[in-house]
Design a protein around this ligand. Sequence first.
Ligand code: SF4
Ligand code: SF4
Length: 294
Amino acid sequence: MLQNINLKSHHNYVAFFLTLSCNLKCPYCINIHNGGSRVSQAHRNGLTAEEWIKAANRLVLRDDLPLTLQGGEPTLHKGFYKFVNEVKPDIKMDLLTNLMFDVDKFIKEAPVWRFNRVAPYAPIRVSYHPGQNDIDELIKKTLKLQDAGFNVGLFGILQPNGSLRDHILKVKERCLDIGIDFRTKEFLGEYKGKLYGTFRYKDSVNASELKKCECRTTELIVDPSGYVYKCHADLYKGRNSYAHILDENLNEDMIDEFRSCSFYGDCNPCDVKIKTNRFQEYGHTSVEIINVGK
Ligand code: SF4
Ligand code: SF4
């Protein structure tokens, strides 16, 4: 019998990475590059819709904490529609997508209520990747989903590169003019030898030297095979999972434990950057790191 997992008030994010497969090939994608989790995780079987449903049904989430579906492109999971229909009704979901899916099918098969809740940002968040997904197409699909009652927002990364940056800002203006929520995200990582982003821990990202430390998270993140990790870098690289989402004894206290890590310096920017939490308050970091190099 699976124990419930009662997420606590300081647990900020719960995400199921339904699949790391994607129908786009962004050159900067961390799923494909940076050590290729697809390769290291390919030998593991992904969870079926039934298993994901079992996993979701053991979660006890606050009203302000949805279950986020991400990937890869989460709608590519074969059981996506079964999952979003059959999980217990008190679980609200957010969807991170590139919107390459068939919107007519989505409107027909995905329940609007599942993706609707009061939040400071849209539950369905679409990433615009210039050169990969077409903005005219995204706008058309977004308007269609909005007409069907879904709450959709578009996101673009403000690249350091001048022309791409200008393009994103123009697209933002165009979307806002026609009533589409378009927000920009800061670029994180290295560009032309310079590291972009505001990180809490010095030399935690793209460092030349790896160090040992102890680390704990505020998130419950689960890879396509059901393994649970303390950070995105571990998840994408398939290393050091500390539990499986269908382990009978997995509980909320286990999320809070400090665990040793030998990869300080190879942290994923999104885990160590200073950001806003779910209340839109600035100053939050997903992980807490202590005893670096000791
Ligand atoms: S859409 Fe996302 S998951 Fe797909 S290739 Fe681009 S960055 Fe990677
Ligand atoms: S120190 Fe960095 S790589 Fe290690 S677990 Fe924490 S966030 Fe992940």
